[in-house]
Design a protein around this ligand. Structure first.
Ligand SMILES: NC(=O)c1ccc[n+]([C@@H]2O[C@H](COP(=O)([O-])OP(=O)(O)OC[C@H]3O[C@@H](n4cnc5c(N)ncnc54)[C@H](O)[C@@H]3O)[C@@H](O)[C@H]2O)c1
Length: 414
């Protein structure tokens, strides 16, 4: 790392600057330098005399995308429209896809966004008494034999066109595990149909993958939108081979939190209902929309995103766990109801996987998860995508009604 550099930017002036340069408008993939906070921690994002640390060194990032921060995350992290923020998705050459808040750019190369350093990212949490903010700390990656093999080499080696010509619908496919699944399926020859609420990321991904990929802005919780989407896809391809019900959200809170005998906080009805509507009802909506088409063609694969916490439970996740357990139940029901039409239905239960969804999770919990994982790391989205690929492929022709845990052997504690 080089010496600390003082930047004139505050969060909002930086935001304005980026807007003026039209860097927010679309996907940017340029080379340059990324500045991150000292000690890689961002104590107060609006500090005017903030020291920035330049992260430079050997190695590369694969890509970097500037996006607006979503309203749900804004609320969760205490930001608002009046206090906007710039965030980005950083994909490392190896290792997990990570998210980073972009704190500054090189003033000499203001349009430079992408860095060329091998970095590892770890979640660091901060609790100021009111809001828990989780950010990422970056450090240079040590040279390891394993990391020499790039993601591209790994995936090329396993690119066997196992899904050639199949039409695969992937909900929540614009980011995280969904995006890795979209990319993996596309490599294996599938025509991928991305559904997501995030138009910027979804559209950019479809464009990157070419004419065999398409994006639809759909809220899986909305039955009408889902039906319109599925009908349009069937009209276009005249078949639907695979549905991955991946879209999911968290709104964590304890059932009740009591201090000195007084109720100080509890999971709200809105938090409970929202998570149910996306994770559980969304899965129901999408499956119910595709099932008649799959029955008509007498074939199909439905894959549902559960979670290890759906099997074992987890502190502070009443709503989320209810959905992830419910998804396992629905998987078993549908495998029975749809088996006679040669439709296979399975669930994947990922362990803690390095994506945006974990940014609301306290660092202590993540460290705890790692220490309870025999393989000693968080999951990488590609780990989960490969499990979906196997279950979607003909190699899994005799597998239905099952839950495949992909969690590094994680044993959830009390
Ligand atoms: N990351 C983990 O540790 C982990 C572990 C177990 C299970 N899972 C599950 O895997 C799935 C993907 O998780 P992730 O970590 O990649 O999440 P993510 O937050 O990185 O991505 C989720 C994607 O879903 C989209 N989405 C959210 N609500 C939507 C809606 N109503 N309609 C359409 N799209 C919507 C988001 O825009 C986003 O692109 C989720 O179902 C999650 O519960 C994740």
């Amino acid at each position: 790392m080089s010496e600390n550099v003082k930047r004139p930017f505050t969060a909002s002036s930086f935001y304005q600057y980026m807007a003026e340069k039209k860097l927010m408008a679309s996907r940017c993939q340029k080379t340059g330098v990324l500045y991150l906070p000292p000690k890689a921690i961002c104590p107060e994002t609006y500090s005017t005399d903030f020291d920035w640390v330049e992260l430079s060194g050997k190695g590369k990032l694969v890509s970097f995308t500037v996006v607006h921060i979503g309203p749900s995350f804004m609320n969760a992290s205490g930001f608002s429209k009046d206090n906007p923020y710039v965030t980005g998705i950083v994909e490392l050459e190896q290792g997990p896809r990570v998210s980073a808040r972009i704190m500054g750019v090189d003033p000499k190369q203001p349009e430079s966004i992408v860095i060329g350093s091998p970095m590892k990212a770890e979640f660091i949490s901060q609790f100021d008494g009111k809001v828990s903010r989780t950010i990422l700390a970056f450090s240079l990656v040590k040279e390891e034999k394993e990391t020499k093999k790039t993601m591209e080499e790994k995936t090329t080696a396993t690119n066997t066109q196992r899904l050639a010509g199949k039409v695969a619908l992937i909900t929540g496919g614009a980011a995280g595990i969904g995006k890795a699944t979209v990319e993996r399926f596309a490599q294996e020859g599938a025509k991928v149909v991305i559904c997501d609420l995030n138009e910027t990321l979804g559209q950019a991904l479809a464009e990157k993958l070419g004419p065999d990929a398409s994006f639809y802005k759909v809220n899986v919780a909305n039955r009408q939108e889902v039906q319109t989407w599925v009908d349009a896809v069937y009209a276009k391809y005249n078949r639907i081979d695979i549905l991955v019900n991946n879209a999911g959200i968290v709104r964590d809170s304890q059932l009740v939190r009591v201090k000195d005998g007084v109720l100080v906080k509890q999971m709200t009805e809105a938090e409970f209902d929202l998570v149910i509507s996306v994770n559980l009802k969304g899965t129901f909506n999408c499956t119910q929309a595709v099932a008649p088409y799959m029955i008509k063609q007498n074939s199909g694969v439905i894959l549902n995103a559960s979670s290890v916490v759906g099997v074992d439970g987890n502190f502070g996740q009443t709503n989320y766990v209810a959905t992830k357990s419910g998804v396992i139940g629905m998987t078993k029901v549908w495998s029975r109801e749809l088996g006679k039409f040669k439709i296979r239905v399975n669930a994947v239960a990922p362990g803690f996987t390095a994506t945006e969804i974990l940014t609301s999770m306290p660092e202590k919990v993540l460290q705890d998860m790692k220490s309870h994982t025999p393989l000693g790391r968080l999951g990488d989205p590609i780990d989960i995508a490969n499990a979906y690929l196997f279950l979607a492929s003909d190699e899994a022709a005799f597998i239905t009604g099952t839950v495949l845990k992909v969690d590094g052997g994680l044993v959830v504690g009390t």
